[in-house]
Design a protein around this ligand. Structure first.
Ligand code: ATP
Ligand code: MG
Length: 401
């Protein structure tokens, strides 16, 4: 698991203007995410329960339940949440009362961006120093991207089943259908696209709450962000939106899995850039091998970190003239995992909108994907199937390079 520290922040203030000022001040702070906003003490307590922020920026004078009382409740019921009090009062008395209520620091309004950023970082860092164990257990999602530059190789089948397997194992997992024009995740799982990624980008700023509202939850526990309902709507989803979705969702999941379209444009590159692992799907067809080879060359040309790229052989079938070792030799990269060709199982599960890992866990496809999930979830230490060294490119398949 990666462990980039992302600070989850809740802003509690009844003044809309103050909240939007804070949002603006923190816009360029990549390590700070505003996960929720509240307008009174009562709402703050509810939001803390739901969103589990690290830090609450708390105004003192709020309706229903004031900031000092809310801070006392937080200190008692949520001792890991760090409260920073904001007030226009600079008097010692307020400062003293805030500290007594359990606050870790105090900001006098109006404050500058650097005051705000420094205070948040200082409070978080001293908490981290005291309790590194707590942060170690915080999720910061690994981003797995199923990619291929040829269509029909099985990205959606594998992405959906791997994501579901991780969710079934208790890993908080989000599957994003990034095939924005012709996404198949909904139909593959027999889910109606009531809310999609289009609704998320309408929100503009994109907080985790905007994502959460538009997630479709599969019965296995998997969260899914479906592709737009129509190809024309894909245009409205920009690279910037995809990056904001990743950043906002990352602190809340163990895994974020992308099902990608068969192309490399700015959007795909942005997702690939953020990915911790790229599962490059290939089959034993000469056209798939050719495209995979071009794809690997493109990655290398753009200096992509090749250690993140794992080759996934799907639809493995014997006696078709090309085998796994030819693939490894031809592409000069080891096979990370192999999924056998089982057309009847794959087709039936697709037509019935069912997961192979639930319906046919003992099938070859089922076992392979469940094994991969175990490996990724770290519950079993399975050695990689591939050989370690970069293999020589075989003239047989591709000629000399
Ligand atoms: N291991 C497998 N054995 C047999 N058939 C498979 C296997 N994996 C996938 N398929 C079948 O291959 C077809 C394409 O699969 P899928 O839609 O997952 O591919 P894709 O790469 O996402 O395609 P697209 O380019 O349309 O997004 C489907 O009919 C699926 O059932
Ligand atoms: Mg697909």
């Amino acid at each position: 698991m990666s462990s980039t520290p992302t600070i989850k922040l809740l802003i509690a203030d009844d003044m809309d203007e103050l909240r939007s000022n804070v949002r603006r001040m923190l816009k360029n702070q990549d390590n700070i995410r505003i996960v929720a906003e509240a307008r009174n003490g009562r709402e703050t307590i509810d939001m803390v329960k739901e969103m589990q922020p690290h830090i609450v920026l708390m105004d003192i004078n709020m309706p229903e339940l004031d900031g000092l009382k809310a801070s006392e409740i937080l200190a008692k019921d949520f001792p890991n949440v760090q409260t920073v009090i904001m007030s226009i009062q600079s008097e010692q008395e307020y400062f003293r009362r805030a500290m007594k209520a359990g606050a870790k620091d105090f900001l006098v309004k109006p404050f500058s961006t650097s005051d705000l950023v420094d205070t948040i970082n200082n409070v978080f860092n001293s908490w981290l120093k005291d309790r590194p164990d707590l942060f170690a257990n915080e999720p910061s999602a690994d981003i797995l991207t199923f990619f291929a530059t040829k269509g029909g190789v099985g990205r959606t089948t594998l992405a959906v089943n791997l994501a579901a397997s991780l969710a079934i194992k208790g890993k908080k997992t989000l599957l994003v259908d990034a095939s924005l024009q012709f996404g198949d995740v909904g139909i593959t799982l027999n889910l109606a696209a009531k809310r999609t990624i289009s609704n998320v980008v309408e929100a503009g700023e994109i907080s985790f709450a905007d994502i959460e509202k538009n997630i479709t939850r599969h019965e296995c526990g998997l969260d899914i962000l479906l592709a737009p309902r129509e190809p024309a709507l894909a245009e409205a989803i920009k690279t910037e939106h995809l990056l904001r979705i990743i950043d906002a969702a990352r602190p809340f999941y163990n895994f974020i899995i992308f099902d990608m379209p068969p192309m490399i444009t700015e959007k795909e590159l942005a997702i690939l850039d953020r990915s911790t692992m790229v599962l490059l799907v290939a089959t034993l067809e000469i056209s798939s091998l050719k495209n995979t080879k071009i794809c690997l060359k493109t990655f290398s040309d753009i200096n992509y970190d090749m250690s993140k790229v794992k080759l996934l052989l799907n639809k493995e079938i014997p006696n078709v003239g090309i085998g796994k070792s030819d693939l490894e030799a031809g592409l000069a990269i080891p096979v990370y995992a192999t999924v056998p060709m089982e057309s009847e199982i794959a087709q039936r599960s697709l037509n019935q909108g069912e997961l192979i890992v639930l319906k046919s866990p003992a099938s070859g496809i089922g076992r392979s994907i469940l094994g991969m999930a175990e490996r990724l979830a770290g519950t079993r230490n399975v050695p990689e199937t591939g050989k370690s060294a970069i293999l020589k490119i075989k003239d047989l398949l591709f000629g000399s390079n």
